[in-house]
Design a protein around this ligand. Structure first.
Ligand code: NAP
Length: 249
């Protein structure tokens, strides 16, 4: 059966690497983004030049109407959905807990957790064998921060990822009889733009050597784990969260 996958936040970083990999593997891919239209178009073009099919869909994961429209665009372009990668995420600004700003915290919750829940709802409505679908797989991109708590910097961000991990376990159990597998990955220090947009542009340079493996990872190294969990090769794996964190615990 042809694979039809939505990758949220696929214009840059881990999402872009995942979309490109899935496209090379023959999937039809929805490349979601919010701002970086040219970058999303470049991912679509790369997939097309590798012989695949992809469309870019602008949709803010904090907005329910955008999410519903994104899934409808996928239905129209490619037909039955087989996979969802809940990757879109923001780090928020580096701060200590006593400096928390309500609007910033709510934005984190809406994008990193609310968006994942609503996308999961839309995917399960389409994929559940109980609801007439053909089954499928969901991979949630969490963070090793869900385990460490990201103290002195991004505790609210880490808490949203803890929520993502809890959701992964709950929805995996809830949908296991409906032909849907739900898993997660917890990336460690990955060389993407998120560090600059979260107030620490030199984070990779400062901390890479302190990682257990003595380096940060490239987004493609996370994409490989995501693609595996999404694929038939992971057919007996559900409710599992894989650390892609180079030994950070
Ligand atoms: P990134 O390079 O900053 O890329 C973020 C992607 O998410 C972009 O495509 C961006 O779209 C999209 N995005 C942001 N807000 C969105 C929204 N409201 N709606 C839809 N799309 C949105 O980040 P990344 O490092 O690849 O991060 C990807 C995921 O991995 C995130 O969930 C992040 O928390 C997680 N993670 C990353 C690391 C790391 O070290 N990099 C570690 C642990 C976990 P635009 O380009 O249009 O802005």
């Amino acid at each position: 059966m042809r694979q039809v996958v939505i990758v949220t936040g696929a214009s840059r970083g881990i999402g872009a690497a995942t979309a490109r990999l899935l496209g090379r593997q023959g999937a039809d891919v929805v490349v979601n983004y919010t701002q970086a239209e040219a970058a999303a178009a470049a991912v679509v073009a790369d997939i097309a030049s590798a012989g695949g099919r992809a469309i870019a869909v602008r949709a803010d994961m904090a907005e329910e109407a955008d999410i519903v429209r994104m899934f409808a665009a996928c239905d129209d372009a490619f037909g039955p959905l087989t996979g969802l990668v809940n990757n879109a995420g923001i780090g928020g600004q580096k701060h200590r807990v006593e400096e928390t700003v309500l609007d910033d915290m709510m934005r984190l919750l809406r994008v990193n957790l609310g968006g994942v829940i609503l996308c999961t709802r839309e995917a399960v409505r389409r994929m559940s064998k109980r609801l007439g679908g053909n089954g499928g797989a969901i991979v949630n991109v969490s963070s090793i921060g869900a385990v460490t708590g990201s103290p002195n910097a991004w505790t609210d961000y880490a808490a949203t990822k803890g929520g993502v991990d809890t959701l992964t376990i709950g929805v995996a159990t809830e949908t296991v009889g409906y032909g849907i597998r739900v898993n997660g990955v917890r990336p460690g220090l990955i060389d993407t733009d998120i560090h600059a947009s979260s107030g620490m542009p030199d984070r990779v340079a400062r901390f890479a050597a302190k990682m257990p493996m003595g380096r940060a990872a490239q987004p493609e190294e996370v994409a490989e784990a995501i693609a595996f969990l999404l694929s038939y090769k992971a057919s007996y794996i559900t409710g599992t969260i894989v650390d892609v964190a180079g030994g950070v615990r």
